[in-house]
Design a protein around this ligand. Structure first.
Ligand code: HEC
Ligand code: HEC
Length: 417
């Protein structure tokens, strides 16, 4: 199948018989999902409340579902607490009706769609059929093996990676810049940035070699999978929380519920178009004292255990000694070691600004609400976080508290200036 489309053969053909170009474009058609393939119904557990106890072990390679299966089971029965539902407990009548509705609204992998009355919003979010079809072809080639057919993060490679590839079906993402703080949908630009840069320190690669056009179709397809997954998640969770009582669904029917939730989630995506906008970055290399003062203020905000920031409460010892905690997917996450200088969501000052102001909601990091009489306190924290991994970038009085073993007297400082 793809043998006839491989790069070497394609290049030769291109070189020798340019007029075959038209025929070659047929390759992308054969790379599409098979026409009879449908999105399978969700079978893995639905985590609705993450455990509050600290995890004592990490999940072993390849054992993602086994680890999640311990959620919602009491500790004395070998579980870890929290709450989770088993989709198998949805009765057959509802299961079949849900599958029919999801197929009707979202199509199949080779012909994905978003059937909504709000055509304007569907167009604004670039969820037209043509874009989605192209996106699904690229997704199949580049993303499927990690993110899975339904975007469940359970492709063949998924369970073996840590952190696990994103499961889009809860509709939440980590590295977003959307105005406000907390659980919002990402802006298109956020997903594009993730695809361009990859996610440092994880297995999520950069796709910067692909054209912007290709990346745009991938973003649309991720939104499609996320909408589909979230509608399914919400309908299953509503049925399971109410013991299959149909009257708890919107309009007391699967069809009504699927339509209502689709509109609600589409609107959330539509609203995610403005970023948190900072004040202009006021520091420069010439005025070292102003920057050092800012780092000192950032240090105070970061280390104040009772302040609005209280970063140190989670990033214990600046992240060098932090325990694991559960994220919304029921998998494990650790408050970043901020002395390592590794940032998953990007290392530009603006990336750090967005993380601090907006938080990383699915990982349990809240957005910080900071106020100051003068200046922009967010830049103070950004300046501190940026300098933190490098003792020589910190004012000596601050650096000595964080790196007591570091010798500021060795003269390195003079040469670094
Ligand atoms: C080798 C495995 C792998 C491949 C291939 C891969 N990803 Fe990922 N992806 C990951 C991992 C791992 C994460 C989660 C990292 C984390 O939680 O910090 C992730 C996260 C994401 C996120 C979530 C970002 C956020 O803000 O939460 C998106 C969107 C994404 N990937 C899209 C894609 C797309 C689209 C492709 C294909 C073009 C792709 N990925 C290919 C492993 C992969
Ligand atoms: C309730 C716990 C909690 C608090 C409070 C908290 N964080 Fe975090 N932080 C986390 C977790 C968990 C992560 C890892 C998120 C991930 O990788 O999914 C993280 C990651 C980060 C990152 C890395 C972002 C990246 O792109 O990889 C930075 C920077 C950060 N936190 C700064 C701060 C600052 C500054 C504060 C205070 C304003 C703060 N955090 C408060 C839990 C917290």
């Amino acid at each position: 199948m793809s043998g006839s489309c491989n790069g070497r053969v394609a290049r030769r053909l291109l070189f020798l018989v340019p007029f075959l170009l038209g025929a070659l474009s047929g390759c992308s058609v054969s790379e599409a999902y098979p026409g009879d393939l449908k999105y399978p119904p969700r079978a893995d557990r639905i985590v609705v409340d993450k455990p509050t106890e600290q995890p004592t072990t990490t999940d072993l390679p390849g054992k993602l579902d086994q680890a999640v299966a311990r959620i919602g089971v009491p500790a004395d029965k070998g579980g870890v607490g929290g709450e989770a539902y088993d989709p198998d407990k949805v009765d057959v009548k509802h299961r079949t009706a849900l599958q029919t509705q999801l197929d009707k609204v979202f199509g199949k992998p080779s012909a994905p769609r978003v059937n909504s009355e709000d055509e304007e919003l569907v167009a604004k979010l670039k969820l037209d059929r043509n874009t989605l079809r192209q996106g699904s072809v690229h997704f199949r080639r580049h993303c499927l093996h990690c993110h899975g057919l339904t975007g469940d993060g359970r492709g063949p490679t998924g369970p073996w990676l840590n952190p696990h590839p994103r499961d889009y079906r809860q509709g939440v993402f980590k590295f977003i810049s959307t105005e406000g703080s907390g659980a919002h949908k990402p802006r298109r630009e956020d997903l594009l940035r993730t695809l361009h840069k990859g996610i440092d320190g994880t297995s999520m690669p950069s796709f910067a070699m692909e054209s912007d056009e290709v990346l745009e179709t991938l973003v649309s397809y991720v939104i499609h999978l996320s909408l589909r997954g979230q509608v399914e998640y919400n309908t299953l969770a509503t049925l399971l929380a109410n013991k299959n009582d149909e009257s708890k669904l919107v309009d007391e029917s699967i069809e009504g519920h699927v339509q209502a939730k689709l509109q609600a989630f589409l609107k959330e995506w539509g609203r995610a178009d403005k970023p948190n906008t900072p004040s202009r970055y006021p520091y420069n290399d010439e005025n070292r004292t102003a920057r050092e003062d800012s780092i000192r203020r950032g240090y105070k905000l970061f280390t104040n255990p009772n302040g609005a920031a209280s970063c140190i409460a989670c990033h214990i010892d600046f992240g060098r000694q932090v325990p694991f905690r559960y994220d919304v997917w029921g998998t494990l996450v650790r408050p970043a070691n901020l002395t390592a200088g590794m940032y998953r969501g990007g290392r530009r000052p603006i990336d750090l600004y967005w993380r601090i102001k907006g938080g990383i909601d699915p990982s349990g990091m809240p957005g910080a609400t900071l106020e100051a009489k003068e200046g922009d306190p967010y830049w103070d924290v950004v300046n501190f976080v940026q300098a933190l991994p490098y003792p020589l970038m910190l004012p000596e009085d601050v650096g000595k508290k964080i790196y007591p073993a570091f010798s500021y007297a060795s003269g390195d400082r003079a040469s670094a200036d």
